[in-house]
Design a binder for this molecule. Structure first.
Ligand code: HMG
Length: 376
C-alpha cells in the first residue's frame, strides 16, 4: 500500500436534541434580566431541555440509530461525555445493547470536558487507518447544567452527535490537527459536585489562548468553532483578524447552536451541521474546526468535504427536528431539570410517565444502579 494515501473520515453524521426547549425571553423575564443580554450578548434564542424519559444514552441512541445501517462492520464504539452515568461501566455498552450492535465490538467512554468527541473522532480515524475495512461509531451525549439562577444558566442545553468513521468517507475526510494542552482551573466538576465550578470570564480567556496557539491559516470560507453559547463564535472569529470568516458564514456556523444551547462535546459539531445545512454546495471545501474542552485542551483541525456529500446528509430532517420542538414555560423547565437531577442520583427508579409519540428510546428503569432501556 506504500505511496497510496488512504482517506478516512466522517461517512455519516447525525444529531439529536430533546423535543422541548426554553425560550430565552422566558428565562430572561423570570430572572429579571434584559432579554437582549441573552439574545444579543450571549447569542442564544433557545436552549433544549431534557425530557423525563431520556438520558445521555437514549439521546446518543436517537442520534446514532438512523446512521447505523451496517452494524456488523462497526468494530469500535467511542462514547464521549462529561455527563457520565457510571464511574466504571462505559455508556457505550448500554448504547451497543440498545442499538443491537453485534457483540464482537470494542467499546470505550472518553472524557476531557467538551474536547473528548474531537479526540474520539481522531482516535477512530487512526483506528480505521490501522484496521482496514472496519468502521467506528463515535458519539457524544451531554446535558449542560449549571444550576438555576447561575451566570451559566443561559448557556445550558442538551443533545447528542453521532458519526460513522470509515475509509473512503462519503461526507468528509478528517485531517490531523494541532493540539494545545494547558492545566487551568477555568471549568471543572469534581466528583463531589453536581454542577461545574466555573470562572466564566477566565474560561473565555483560556478558550481564546488555545485558539491562538492552534489556529493554522488556510484561507477558510467556513470555520466551525466550539460554541458554549453562540456568541462565542463571534468572539473567536474576531481573534482570527485577517483569517476571520464572513458575517454571512458565521450565521450558518451559529444557526443550530443558538437554537439548542451548549451540548458540551457536540457543540462544535452543531457548527458543522449549520454549515452543511445552510450552504448550497460545499464540494471540495476545506472547513476549519476548532475544538475546546475546559481544563484545558484546544485542537484545530480540518475537514475536506467530499463529492456527493449531499447524498448522505439529512438537511430536511435536521431542520424539521429543530422546528418541531415544544416550548416549555418556566415551571416546565424547572420541573424537567429537577426530575433529571433527582433521577440521576437514584439507585432504583421506574419510569411511569408517557414518552412523546416520536421518541424511539426510553430509560425504563434503574435497577440496583443498572440502567434498563427500551425501544418504544
Ligand atoms: P455574565 O457575567 O452573565 O455575562 O457571563 P456578561 O455580563 O459578561 O455579559 C455577556 C455579554 O452580554 C457581554 O458582551 C455584555 O456586554 C452583553 P461581551 O462583552 O461578552 O461582548 N450584554 C448585553 N448585550 C445586549 N443588551 C444587553 C446586555 N447586557 C449585557 N442589555 C458567561 C457570561 C458566558 C461568562 C456565563 O454565562 C458563563 O459563565 N457561562 C459558562 C462558561 C462558558 O460558557 N465559558 C465559555 C468558554 S469555556 C468553554 O467553552 C468550555 C465549556 O463548554 C465547558 C467544557 O469544555 O466542558 C463551557
Amino acid at each position: 500500500m506504500k505511496g497510496i494515501r488512504r482517506m478516512v473520515g466522517i461517512d455519516r453524521l447525525n444529531y439529536y436534541t430533546p423535543r422541548s426547549y426554553l425560550d430565552m425571553h422566558t428565562l430572561a423575564e423570570a430572572r429579571g434580566v434584559d432579554p437582549m443580554k441573552y439574545i444579543k450578548g450571549i447569542g442564544q434564542e433557545k436552549m433544549s431541555v431534557i425530557g423525563p424519559h431520556e438520558d445521555i444514552i437514549t439521546m446518543a441512541a436517537e442520534a446514532a440509530a438512523p446512521i447505523c445501517d451496517d452494524k456488523a462492520a462497526i468494530d469500535l464504539i467511542i462514547f464521549a461525555t462529561e455527563s457520565g452515568v457510571d464511574y466504571s461501566k462505559a455508556a457505550a455498552i448500554y448504547l451497543q445493547h440498545l442499538l443491537e450492535i453485534p457483540n464482537p465490538v470494542r467499546v470505550i467512554e472518553l472524557k476531557q470536558a467538551c474536547y473528548a468527541l474531537t479526540s474520539g473522532l481522531h482516535l477512530a480515524r487512526d483506528f480505521v487507518l490501522s484496521h482496514p475495512g472496519k468502521k467506528a461509531l463515535v458519539v457524544s451525549s451531554d446535558v449542560a447544567w449549571y444550576g438555576f439562577e447561575t451566570a451559566g444558566e443561559v448557556t445550558q442545553g442538551a443533545g447528542a452527535i453521532a458519526m460513522i468513521v470509515s475509509e473512503n468517507p462519503r461526507l468528509a475526510v478528517v485531517n490531523s490537527g494541532t493540539p494545545y494542552t494547558s492545566d487551568v482551573p477555568d471549568f471543572y466538576r469534581p466528583n463531589t459536585h453536581d454542577v461545574p465550578i466555573v470562572d466564566g470570564k477566565f474560561s473565555i480567556e483560556c478558550y481564546n489562548t488555545a485558539l491562538k496557539q492552534t489556529f493554522t491559516p488556510g484561507g477558510y470560507t467556513y470555520i466551525g468553532f466550539h460554541m458554549p453559547f453562540a456568541k462565542m463564535a463571534d468572539k473567536a472569529n474576531r481573534i482570527l483578524q485577517d483569517d476571520a470568516i464572513s458575517d454571512d458564514a458565521l450565521l450558518h456556523v451559529k444557526s443550530f447552536s443558538k437554537e439548542i444551547g451548549n451540548i458540551y462535546n457536540g457543540s462544535l459539531y452543531l457548527a458543522l451541521l449549520g454549515i452543511l445545512t445552510g450552504v448550497g454546495d460545499l464540494t471540495g471545501e476545506t472547513i476549519g474546526m476548532f475544538s475546546y474542552g475546559s481544563g484545558s485542551i484546544g485542537e484545530f483541525f480540518t475537514l475536506d468535504i467530499q463529492p456527493n456529500y449531499q447524498d448522505v446528509i439529512e438537511k430536511d430532517a435536521w431542520t424539521t427536528h429543530l422546528s418541531s420542538r415544544q416550548a416549555l414555560d418556566m415551571l416546565g423547565y424547572e420541573m424537567a431539570m429537577e426530575h433529571f437531577i433527582k433521577r440521576e442520583k437514584e439507585t432504583d427508579y421506574h419510569f411511569s410517565l408517557t414518552a412523546p409519540d416520536d421518541a424511539t428510546f426510553a430509560l425504563k428503569a434503574i435497577d440496583n444502579g443498572h440502567r434498563v432501556y427500551t425501544r418504544l
